[in-house]
Design a protein around this ligand. Structure first.
Ligand SMILES: Nc1ncnc2c1ncn2[C@@H]1O[C@H](COP(=O)(O)OS(=O)(=O)O)[C@@H](OP(=O)(O)O)[C@H]1O
Ligand SMILES: Nc1ncnc2c1ncn2[C@@H]1O[C@H](COP(=O)(O)OP(=O)(O)O)[C@@H](O)[C@H]1O
Length: 405
């Protein structure tokens, strides 16, 4: 398929809308002329033109319960599965209170099929807010409870939903697209006194603390508790283009963040749009790029955060300098994503290998520019052999072991 020359890099919120729309969950078309719609890594995902949206490549998936394909099903697929069965959708956008859980059987009365819709944004949740992984865990528990009560079918369905949803995107419409005859947002059914108590929670922290300490002391205790888990670390992925660095790094960062570690993702391709804008791919430019990434990552670590970086970083000398900086700031973990060149080239999500083979991109790593295989990797992962979830688990385990030692 030939793609329009105009390219539009979508924001994380727009990617959520695109995923929703392509699977039949909503009508959405970006404004402007026909364009190839890409993610921040320039992977072409869809084309928008006079005929609407057409998919080009599948979306990159990440790890975590909200990326489980059994739960993250498209609207067309779910609606077909529901068929003519009377179905009701319940939107679980916040952790439900006791009164909401108690109201659930009544709200779903008469429906043979219950869909618990969990909105999941690509953008990280606000600090302290429960994100999509937590909501999926809560909804899964709710589903088990409902199933235990009677024999109805209850499904948890993850719905791509922008953090900042446009007003035109309305739950009743989306619920209908997923096959539900009616849709209720659970948090809007909160009892009045519950609503007031939930609204006051932010400053309350806990009854015991509020009873024991004046506000100023309680705030300081809360702050100290938040910083107790601060652990400076740099996780540095290196490997060929297409080896899976970004995919694994993104999933790892989301998981660490969800666990309460303050995590900053420095993805190779994204860094080149900002921190290293304008730099080329000759050896000197690459070393400068890697040095900048190492500098920022070490700064993050020195303030108690976890930096996850994922450039190609093909040269041992540059990687050694990053290690030196990072170890002075905290823990350092070098992860070599060793996926063979043939596999990376076969994936060729961005069509760069094909261009490099045709000689259209000079100095392309693995083709016309060297990749020096690390001899000091703390972990080596070949993503042609290991799933994203297992790769994330391996890195996490290695990091935790290092932080605990
Ligand atoms: N000549 C050449 N060689 C390698 N890669 C190229 C080149 N030109 C553009 N690209 C795209 O840039 C991404 C790699 O940038 P990095 O900053 O990670 O590279 S480096 O560490 O500075 O070597 C890389 O992204 P990833 O595929 O995410 O690795 C490519 O999409
Ligand atoms: N086990 C896996 N781990 C990581 N990526 C995988 C895996 N299996 C297939 N892939 C795919 O390989 C591609 C890797 O691309 P990406 O993560 O952008 O690589 P890089 O950042 O190294 O260029 C993605 O399309 C991803 O979906």
């Amino acid at each position: 398929m030939s793609l329009p020359d105009t390219t539009r890099v979508l924001t994380a919120d727009e990617l959520d809308l695109l995923e929703l729309a392509l699977a039949g969950g909503a009508d959405w078309l970006p404004a402007g002329p026909p364009a190839t719609l890409t993610d921040a890594e320039n992977t072409p995902l869809a084309v928008s033109d006079g005929d609407g949206l057409r998919p080009v490549k599948p979306f990159a998936r990440a790890a975590g319960p909200h990326w489980d394909p059994a739960l993250r099903r498209g609207a067309d697929d779910v609606r077909a599965a529901v068929g003519d069965t009377p179905a009701v959708a319940v939107v679980v956008a916040e952790p439900p209170t006791r009164s909401e859980v108690a109201a659930l059987p009544g709200l779903t009365d008469g429906a043979q099929h219950v869909l618990l819709l969990v909105p999941a944004a690509r953008r990280a949740p606000a600090a302290g807010a429960v994100g999509a992984p937590g909501l999926v865990r809560v909804a899964t528990g709710l589903a088990e409870g409902l199933r235990a009560e009677d024999a109805r079918r209850v499904d948890v369905v993850v719905v791509p939903w922008p953090a900042d949803a446009p007003e035109s995107l309305r739950w009743p419409d989306v619920g209908a697209r997923y096959g539900a005859g009616s849709t209720v947002v659970l948090a809007t059914r909160r009892a009045d006194d519950d609503a007031a108590r939930v609204a006051g929670l932010g400053s309350l922290w806990s009854d015991e603390v509020a009873a024991l300490y004046p506000d100023a002391s309680a705030r300081e205790l809360a702050r100290a508790a938040r910083t107790a888990r601060r652990t400076g670390a740099v996780v540095f992925f290196t490997g060929l283009s297409g080896s899976g660095k970004s995919t694994v790094a993104r999933a790892l960062a989301a998981e660490l963040d969800d666990e309460g570690l303050h995590t900053t993702l420095l993805d190779g391709d994204e860094v080149r749009h900002h921190l290293s804008k304008g730099l080329g791919f000759d050896k000197e430019s690459r070393e400068l790029n890697v040095e900048r990434i190492g500098y920022v990552a070490s700064l993050v670590a020195s303030h108690g955060g976890v930096a996850v970086a994922a450039p190609i970083a093909p040269f041992a000398s540059g990687r050694a300098r990053v290690r030196e900086h990072a170890e002075a700031a905290g823990t350092f973990l070098l992860v070599h994503v060793s996926t063979p060149l043939e596999v990376c080239e076969a994936r060729d999500r961005k069509g760069l290998y094909a261009k490099a083979r045709r000689g259209e991109i000079p100095e392309f790593t693995g083709i016309s520019s060297p990749y020096e295989t690390p001899t000091d990797a703390d972990l080596t992962i070949d993503t042609s052999q290991v799933s994203v979830a297992d790769a994330v688990a391996q890195v996490r385990q290695a990091l935790v072991a290092r932080l605990d030692s």
